[in-house]
Design a protein around this ligand. Structure first.
Ligand SMILES: [Fe+2]
Ligand SMILES: [Fe+2]
Length: 318
């Protein structure tokens, strides 16, 4: 785009790109509303990846074998990588990473409510992989076709890694289910605790989701919250059966007319309460992230001082 194009032409270019299902790139003009929506979505996603390292990270030192430790370590590191790709994608829209981090630790930007629940046993590591990463995959696969190019491309790589996460979780649970009675009980209890919060990961029902319509028009979002939630339920029921666990919902049953599973009402009061900061681990998660930010300050300062010194030396040599 050059400065010679009129506002109307820029607007038309933006709309046509979306209509033709092409990608908008950092060089393209986009309306301020689109920029804000995409930055908010990417930032919230990036924050979720980074905060999401904590619940499972807590088990790295207590993993039951070297093999499980290596797998878990790799998984948690992947989540850090996802956060980095996403912060970089947000930067292509003019967001500042330090500012985004500041918004996270001061509570001005959100992350997924799911990470405010505790991981009580090692079975939680498996159930998080199965259900939480599974729900993330349902949410994220359509985002590989998001209209914003850098986000869509980041999502392709992230989704590949998420499917490894889901499989490692499911394989861990399969192993535990073949173990002792106590291990089977741990898996069932963890499933009972994570099932409903996983359904909440898709966000409020469509009727209460004010941003959905605009995001769908801009092709930033490809399916509604309720559509994705249904897809996740339909996918999870046979997986639970194969695993040999029950899902904690007496209303869950196949509806032949709809061709989908019906499920019981979600406790949206709990969701709102956790989002408001009153979940079991909200304060702990943010305090931990803030501490990491403070502990890393000297590294960022040293790197900046080194870069300045190198630039000055280069300037002198020139
Ligand atoms: Fe991730
Ligand atoms: Fe993951």
């Amino acid at each position: 785009m050059t400065a010679t194009l009129s506002d109307a032409e820029l607007e038309r270019h933006f709309e046509r790109t979306i209509e033709r299902d092409q990608r908008l790139e950092p060089r393209d003009w986009v309306p301020e509303g689109y920029r804000k929506t995409v930055v908010r979505q990417i930032a919230q996603h990036a924050h979720s990846e980074i905060i999401g390292m904590q619940p499972e990270g807590a088990w790295i030192t207590r993993a039951p074998s070297l093999r499980r430790k290596a797998i878990l370590l790799a998984k948690v590191q992947d989540e850090a990588g996802h956060g980095l790709y996403l912060y970089s994608a947000a930067e292509t829209l003019g967001a500042d990473r330090a500012d985004l981090t500041d918004k996270l630790i001061s509570g001005r930007q959100k992350y997924s409510s799911i990470f405010n629940y505790p991981t009580l046993t090692f079975a939680d590591v498996g159930v998080i992989g199965w259900l939480v990463d599974g729900a993330a995959i349902c949410n994220q696969v359509p985002l590989c076709r998001s209209s914003y190019g850098p986000y869509a491309r980041a999502m392709i790589r992230i989704c590949k890694e998420e499917s490894f996460h889901q499989r490692q979780g499911y394989e861990l649970l399969m192993t535990m289910m073949r173990g002792t009675e106590a291990q089977r009980r741990m898996v069932q209890e963890a499933t009972d605790r994570w099932w409903w919060p996983s359904l909440m990961m898709f966000g409020p029902p469509d009727a209460d989701s004010p941003n959905t319509e605009q995001s769908m028009t801009w092709k930033v979002k490809r399916h509604t919250n309720d559509e994705l939630r249904q897809r996740f339920v339909d996918m999870s029921v046979p997986q639970a059966e194969a695993l040999g666990v029950s899902l904690p919902d007496p209303d869950l049953k196949w509806n032949a007319d709809r061709g989908h599973y019906d499920f019981g009402p979600i406790d949206w009061d709990e969701f709102k309460n956790v989002l408001r900061g009153n979940g079991p681990c909200n304060a702990e998660r943010i305090a931990h992230r803030r501490r990491a930010q403070e502990d890393g300050a000297w590294v960022r300062e040293a790197a900046a001082a080194h870069a300045a010194k190198q630039a000055a030396l280069k300037g002198r040599a020139a």
